[in-house]
Design a protein around this ligand. Structure first.
Ligand code: ZN
Ligand code: FE
Length: 257
């Protein structure tokens, strides 16, 4: 870890805002730009100037701040090549498998089609941090709007290959509602029961439940646990393959009340 500060806050209703700041170089990046006014407020309060925006996908609640922030700071905007036409103010396009340097730090681009077709995540190995946008949430995953279930399954499961200590930053604070679904399909998972208790306590104090870690998610997130005997039993899918279990979980979550 090399002198990088992560500042996370909630904006709109349940979007995460996230700023990365290097106090030596002054470089400051926003992961997505859900709300220009709130991001400006957070920057001003710290005396930081926005130099970069890293966009995960084209949805309005992730790009609406792009143009006003660019107007004020002249910041450089990076985003997925396949969605460049829908990402206002984009300067630099990236695709899955690319690596680039931000403020002298290596950033690996992960291809994450499913929620949207061009969705990318950004992984900074030396900072042990990954920015997953709306692909992987704590205790859940994004809805499959544009891609196929097979794509989303691959997109989500690749996160399990990252080191377990990797901090997982997500696009939304959805953990508590995800938790109810997760418990309904794996009530006997004590790691999950303990995590849900922690999440309830944090939310009761209006604290954030992210960043999570890849290790926590592998132990608790049903979408990364398609091999779990209990989940398979609850779904009645003991002999299905992982993709089928994943798809069934995603379908059930869509209508879960
Ligand atoms: Zn989205
Ligand atoms: Fe979103």
């Amino acid at each position: 870890m090399t002198g990088l500060t992560f500042h996370q806050f909630i904006c709109r209703s349940d979007n995460y805002g996230l700023l990365l700041h290097d106090h030596k170089s002054g470089a400051t990046a926003a992961i997505d730009a859900p709300d220009a006014a709130e991001i400006e407020r957070q920057l001003d309060a710290r005396g930081w100037k926005l130099t970069h925006i890293l966009t995960t996908h084209h949805h309005g609640d992730h790009v609406e701040g792009n143009l006003p922030l660019k107007q004020r700071y002249g910041c450089n905007i990076t985003g997925p090549k396949d969605e460049a036409a829908k990402i206002l103010g984009i300067d630099q396009v990236v695709s899955g498998g690319d690596r680039f340097s931000w403020d002298g730090r290596e950033v690996l681009v992960m291809d994450c089609p499913g929620h949207t077709l061009g969705h990318v995540a950004y992984y900074m190995p030396a900072e042990e941090a990954v920015f997953a946008g709306d692909t992987l949430f704590s205790l859940g995953c994004g809805r499959v709007f544009e891609g196929a279930m097979e794509q989303m399954h691959r997109s989500v499961t690749q996160f399990a290959l990252l080191p377990p200590t990797t901090q997982l930053f997500c696009g939304h604070e959805y953990t508590q509602s995800n938790a109810r679904f997760a418990l309904s399909v794996e009530p006997g998972n004590t790691d999950l029961v303990n995590r849900v208790a922690e999440v309830d306590r944090l939310r009761a104090e209006t604290k954030m439940t992210c960043p999570s870690t890849i290790g926590i998610e592998k132990a608790t997130n049903p979408f990364l646990r398609t091999g779990s005997a209990e989940i398979r039993k609850v779904l009645g899918m003991e002999h299905a393959n992982d993709m089928e279990v994943f798809a069934e979980l995603r379908e059930r979550k869509n209508s879960f009340k």
